[in-house]
Design a binder for this molecule. Structure first.
Ligand code: ASP
Length: 358
């Protein structure tokens, strides 16, 4: 991967990690058809160069390309690479803060992932990791990428009281904990919103940050990053009218290790799915219940009593619950290797039941 990052850099800097996305996208005919574009075309060096003149004086910015993809194609292996790069950068005394340019489609998965595997480290070291992206390609007349990138860079390098080290995101002039972000509109510039009340950082203005506490108050330790080929297979199944038992039965005997059920309403599961779901749980498949409404928490034993060993997702949306379940299954496997009697439920609960920020 191309990079302007040299191992010999000895001066303090902000590191921008490029993952691709629309922020690095190019339209063929940007004036007339800006939305007809390819994501992940420009290198992260180019994105930084484009905003260089607006970067505050005295701030050195270096960049490194981790991937250059449309984030709909994000893989487990990409997450492993990004997680390791963020860990390394956090541990580098010369890195003051980290910005990640990323496609918006799966920003919510990456936000939750980084919170779970690097959130504690970022907090302990007092460094901010800021994710950002764009809804318009880089050469569109009203491209939103440059201002989002500048907001992220400023946030990463500015000392702000009560805004501790952690994993954040900024889009369209608003920031929040990255694990709270969700894409809730297909086109709008403010498509990414804070979808759960874990944090309330609000606009990037120091006065809005007063009183923010770290979500990591009860976060014991970062979860291990699964090696590229070691991520457990976890699928999301959406419940709906006319659900058929066959949809679940086909997973019996598969290599899947977990299922996230996006239930109706407050996480309701169709009666036709209950018997095969019980068989899947008996077979050892980890099951988490969330909801398909796009907002609101999924609470244990509501509306019905959960099936034995099945967990509710709390505030986690289905895509976030899927990442959390993958990390929880992997963490339980690692714990077993060192003789710790911890289950995937222990780790999942740690991710899903974060304390509120007050
Ligand atoms: N499909 C694009 C991506 O996620 C959308 C975007 O970046 O906004 O990479």
């Amino acid at each position: 991967m191309s990079s302007n990052l040299s191992q010999s850099v000895q001066s303090a800097h902000i590191l921008v990690l490029g993952m691709g996305g629309t922020i690095a996208g190019l339209a063929q005919n940007p004036q007339d058809q800006p939305m007809n574009y390819q994501a992940g075309q420009l290198g992260v060096n180019d994105l930084v160069r484009h905003v260089q003149s607006a970067i505050p004086d005295g701030i050195e910015v270096l960049s490194s390309q981790i991937a250059n993809i449309n984030s709909r194609d994000l893989t487990d292996a990409h997450l492993t690479s990004l997680g390791l790069a963020v860990q390394e950068a956090l541990n580098n005394a010369q890195v003051r803060g980290i910005v990640i340019t990323h496609g918006t489609d799966t920003l919510e998965e990456t936000g939750l992932f980084l919170q779970a595997v690097c959130g504690k480290l970022a907090h302990r070291l007092g460094k901010r990791v800021i994710l950002t992206g764009a809804m318009l390609p880089s050469n569109a007349p009203q491209a939103d990428g440059p201002s989002n990138l500048l907001d992220a860079l400023r946030w990463a390098c500015t000392a702000i009281d009560n805004c501790p080290g952690g994993i954040y995101a900024v889009m369209d002039g608003r920031g929040c904990m990255a694990m709270d972000l969700a894409k809730r509109h297909a086109q709008s510039l403010n498509a990414l919103i804070q979808d759960s009340p874990t944090s309330s950082v609000g606009l990037i203005n120091p006065s809005w940050l007063a009183g923010v506490k770290s979500v990591q108050a009860l976060w014991d330790e970062d979860l291990p990053i699964p090696a590229a080929g070691e991520w457990p297979w976890v699928e999301i199944l959406t419940c709906h009218a006319g659900a058929r038992p066959e949809t679940l039965r086909q997973w019996l005997g598969s290599k899947a290790q977990g299922l996230v059920i996006a239930g109706t309403g407050n996480g309701g599961i169709h009666a036709a799915w209950l018997a095969p779901l019980t068989d899947l749980i008996d077979q050892g498949i980890a099951v988490v219940r969330t909801n398909r409404t796009g907002a609101g928490a999924t609470v244990q034993d509501l509306p019905e009593i959960d099936l034995p060993s099945c967990l509710a997702s709390g505030k986690l949306s289905a895509p976030k619950a899927r990442i959390a379940l993958q990390l929880a299954i992997n963490a339980a496997k690692q714990a077993k290797l060192v003789g710790k009697p911890l289950t995937w439920q222990d780790f999942f609960a740690r991710i899903a039941d974060l304390p509120e920020i007050r």
